[in-house]
Design a protein around this ligand. Structure first.
Ligand SMILES: [Zn+2]
Length: 94
């Protein structure tokens, strides 16, 4: 008896997390500029659709110094307010 062969499925998962994976009522996408320390919450509506969190930083530019933020964090805000009760750093940005 042979094991059932799994159908060949195309890769559906993008190599990263979409912003939609983080419900906006609970998470903010916050870009941190390594050049000047400026940080800003991203406006999700302004992001190109289909872009993963990992792909977003090259599209950004710091409004304070004009450089590209090197870091994008998903900040857990809880049920309301900017609580900073949990921060996940997305690795692999360059
Ligand atoms: Zn900056």
């Amino acid at each position: 008896m042979t094991l059932p062969r799994l159908p060949d499925e195309p890769l559906r998962q993008p190599p990263g997390n979409l912003p939609a994976d983080f419900p906006p009522e609970r998470f903010d996408l916050v870009a941190f500029c390594e050049g000047c320390g400026h940080s800003a919450v991203l406006r999700r509506a302004a992001l190109p659709p289909g872009l993963t969190v990992q792909e977003i930083p090259p599209w950004l530019r710091c409004s304070a110094c004009g450089r590209r933020p090197g870091l994008l964090r998903i900040v857990y805000t809880g049920a309301g307010g900017f609580a900073h009760s949990g921060v996940a750093v997305i690795a692999g940005m360059g």
